[in-house]
Structure formats: structure tokens, C-alpha cells
Design a protein around this ligand. Structure first.
Ligand code: URA
Length: 243
């Protein structure tokens, strides 16, 4: 039977930091199998123990993974005094422990992963993993004829920053100029700055893919849903083709 210290178990259950849960235990707020337990070091069976905090049952929850269709106008942060955040799009009782993987600008829309899995977040954001990010943008201005080649060979931004090879595709033009940009890194305002370096201005930006995972077209702006097991695998799928 997996036995674990009570304070460690409560911290794993996102009830607070190790220090905070120790204070809760000492204050008599925690019951194990129906009896108040005041010793943070008490060993409990993490699979079967019934642990209550302030009368509320706490149980192990598998880690949570959501796909959010981020609307423009909300910031990618957990909490902010002045702005609505992506976590405000989740019901309050779901928010504890959740955070966004990586960052989209306030005016960027589209695919954002929200999870409580720090290891996954770290792996996806690690520069050495080169996880693909695919964006679609509405662009104004006249893009240089050699824009695609400049993206492919590793573009230098106006401030001298050198980018890894990326892909620029001009999509069928209707009334507006649309492009698709595929990157394998995530520098600050990268798409906007790359497009600026080839003569354009991004007026609308949407992330449509991360790793092998595409944004579900059925997900309306501001809506989220849990990832399926298959989608979680796709997200972590290493890049196969080179840009
Ligand atoms: N590139 C940008 O310029 N902004 C984003 O939000 C994401 C990528």
C-alpha cells in the first residue's frame, strides 16, 4: 500500500503549500478516515485513505489537460488585478492548480493548453524540443517577394535576433492577405516581429496547432474542453519533418 506523509499528500492534492497544509493539519482542520489528525508526519495510505479538509473530501485527481480556444482580449496569466485572464474562462472551482502552457499575446487567439502538469509544460516549452507552433495571420502591407526564403533560411529580426528556420505560406487571398507561419521556437512577439521583418503588419493572429495537436474547429471562442488520450499523445509528438 502506498504510504505517504499526510502533509505531502495534501500538498499533492493542491490543498496548499507544504507549510500551509501543515498549519491546517495542526489546527485540526483535517480528518483521516473520520478522525481528526493533527500530526503532519502521520503516514496515510494515499490510495485508500479518506481525507477531509474542513469537512470536504479530498481525493487524488488524475492530471488535467484542457484545450482552450483563447479569445482576443484576455491575458495569458493565472491572476491579474486589471485584466481578464485565460483562467477566468474556467469555473472558479476548477481553477486551483491550473496554468497555461506558454503564452499568447493579449490580442492573439486560438489554441492554448491549460493543465496542472508542470512536467508536460516544461517539456513542451523546452527550447531543445523544438515543438511546432502553427499560426494563421491576417497581414497588411506588402510582403517582400523573398519573404518565404528569408523565413526558411533563418530570418534576422530588426533588433538583430536570429530566428531558427521557419515556414511562411501565403494562403488563398480573398479580400484580405492571409498567411500561415510554422515555428519551432517561441520568442517574444515572434510572429509579429518576423512578419514585420519582411514588410508586413499582423492585424490578426491565431494559433491553430501545437505539436501534432490542432485546435478543434468546433470549439467556440472562449470555450475549452478536456484533451483525449490520443490528443495528449499528439501534443507531445516530436516534430518529424524539418521546416
Ligand atoms: N507570436 C506573436 O507575435 N504573438 C503571439 O501571441 C504568439 C506568437
Amino acid at each position: 500500500m502506498p504510504r505517504m506523509r499526510l502533509d505531502k499528500l495534501l500538498a499533492h492534492l493542491n490543498c496548499g503549500s507544504r507549510k500551509e497544509v501543515q498549519a491546517m493539519i495542526r489546527a485540526g482542520r483535517v480528518q483521516v478516515n473520520g478522525t481528526v489528525e493533527r500530526d503532519p508526519a502521520a503516514k496515510v495510505d494515499s490510495d485508500s485513505a479518506q481525507v477531509m479538509l474542513d469537512g470536504q473530501a479530498q481525493r487524488y485527481q488524475a492530471q488535467r489537460y484542457y484545450m482552450l480556444n483563447k479569445p482576443a482580449g484576455v491575458i495569458t496569466a493565472s491572476r491579474d488585478a486589471r485584466h481578464d485572464t485565460v483562467l477566468d474562462l474556467f469555473p472558479e472551482e476548477m481553477r486551483r492548480g491550473l496554468f497555461a502552457v506558454g503564452r499568447l499575446d493579449k490580442d492573439t487567439e486560438g489554441l492554448l493548453i491549460v493543465t496542472d502538469d508542470g512536467a508536460l509544460s516544461h517539456a513542451l516549452m523546452s527550447p531543445s524540443r523544438h515543438v511546432y507552433k502553427v499560426y494563421e495571420a491576417v497581414v497588411e502591407g506588402t510582403l517582400l517577394p523573398e519573404a518565404e526564403t528569408r523565413f526558411e533560411t533563418g530570418l534576422t529580426l530588426k533588433d538583430g535576433t536570429v530566428c531558427l528556420p521557419a515556414r511562411l505560406e501565403r494562403l488563398a487571398v480573398g479580400g484580405e492577405q492571409r498567411v500561415r507561419v510554422t515555428l519551432r521556437e517561441g520568442k517574444y512577439h515572434q510572429v509579429k516581429r518576423m512578419i514585420a521583418a519582411v514588410g508586413g503588419v499582423v492585424v490578426q493572429l491565431r494559433r491553430v496547432q501545437l505539436g501534432g495537436l490542432r485546435l478543434d474547429p468546433a470549439l467556440t471562442e472562449g470555450a475549452f474542453r478536456a484533451l483525449t488520450e490520443r490528443e495528449l499523445e499528439l501534443l507531445q509528438q516530436p516534430a518529424r519533418e524539418s521546416i
